[in-house]
Write a protein that binds this ligand. Structure first.
Ligand SMILES: C[S@@+](CC[C@H](N)C(=O)[O-])C[C@H]1O[C@@H](n2cnc3c(N)ncnc32)[C@H](O)[C@@H]1O
Length: 328
């Protein structure tokens, strides 16, 4: 950071209308030296000479980005220039025709900048999904969408495992009830969620999908992620889910497309190697669900075998959304 100049230096730097015009243009916005030259209608070398003198005052800050240097008035004008003097400079500039022309040129220049920024996105639109997939976990975007969920809802995550899905909604809804038959899984879920959320927001219940530890119409929504393929028979579990949902409330199922990874039966306890989405949709309708809809998702699941020699394979997934009947 530049040391505050003595008064004589500061006044010398300010004793030039061009330099005052420059400072006024850099007030509240960043400009490159090239843009500053265009706004002033002057050559870059003249602008650079003036900048050299101003640099010692600490009045402006510089930021390098790629090959460009961006200039702007330092916060609080680097402490060098009192408000009273700055206001006087502004009133003086307001009467200066040259400054008004600067502002007109600046406006055009900023419009050009905006247009070229917009063009940049026009050019990368076709590749954005690849560029934009660079988030580390994807949670930021999912959470952004999940934040729109109405407050006051009670949601159950059945076959919650370690509570991965529950985490996406915890803190946004009134309460989330995590249900699993496995105590160690529930312990993991508790460890993860209870440390992040107040007790009242998350509850853990041990139980079976075909006899859910939920009262009739207790919940406003239900998640069943990657669990149906563990069940011998979908009917009893889906009917239980319908019973636990309020009339008209939604159920979301996340499932695997049919696959041939036989090792998943032994190592992960899968009873079905995925399902056709139409099969799950029909099972939901048979269990009394309405408005059943398959929602394609651009994602896949890649389980890693521990004992089998099979190579990890990307398995496509899908969602099915369905609603409990409006009248019970
Ligand atoms: C593959 S994990 C999925 C966990 C979690 N939903 C997720 O998306 O990460 C399946 C979970 O379902 C549980 N599960 C399997 N069959 C169940 C049943 N009949 N009743 C209750 N939980 C069951 C397992 O204990 C396991 O924690």
């Amino acid at each position: 950071m530049t040391a505050a100049p003595d008064l004589a230096h500061l006044l010398k730097a300010l004793a030039d209308p061009t330099r005052l015009r420059m400072l006024a243009l850099l007030d509240g916005r960043e400009l490159t030296v090239g843009e500053l030259s265009r706004a002033l209608g002057m050559s870059q070398s003249r602008v650079s000479n003036h900048l050299r003198l101003l640099r010692e005052t600490g009045l402006f800050a510089e930021r390098r980005s790629g090959t460009s240097t961006f200039l702007r008035l330092a916060p609080d004008r680097g402490g060098a220039l009192q408000d009273g003097l700055w206001n006087a400079i502004h009133s003086e500039l307001a009467t200066l025709a040259a400054h008004r022309k600067d502002l007109t040129r600046l406006e055009r220049l900023l419009e050009d900048r905006e247009r070229s920024q917009a063009r940049l996105f026009d050019e990368i639109a076709a590749d954005w999904d690849k560029i934009g997939a660079d988030f580390a976990t994807g949670q930021a975007r999912q959470r952004a969408a999940a934040c729109l969920v109405p407050r006051g809802m009670v949601i159950a995550d059945v076959g919650c495992g370690t509570g991965y899905l529950a985490r996406g909604l915890a803190g946004l809804v009134e309460r989330i009830i995590c249900i699993d038959r496995s105590k160690p899984m529930l312990d993991q879920a508790r460890k993860r969620l209870a440390s992040e959320r107040p007790e009242a927001q998350v509850e853990f219940r041990r139980g079976e999908l075909h006899a859910l530890p939920l009262r009739a119409a207790e919940v406003d929504g239900l998640l069943a992620g990657m669990v149906l393929h563990h069940l011998a028979d979908l009917g009893p579990a889906l009917r239980e889910m319908r019973r636990a949902l309020k009339p008209g409330a939604p159920l979301v199922v996340l499932e695997l497309e049919p696959h041939s990874q036989d090792w998943m039966r032994d190592e992960l306890g899968d009873r079905h190697l995925g399902f056709e989405s139409a099969f799950v949709a029909r099972a939901l309708e048979r269990a009394g669900f309405e408005s059943v809809n398959v929602e394609p998702v651009d994602d896949h699941y890649t389980p890693r075998p521990k004992r089998s020699k099979s190579t990890p394979t990307e398995l496509p997934v899908y969602l099915v959304r369905a609603f409990a009947p409006r009248s019970p």
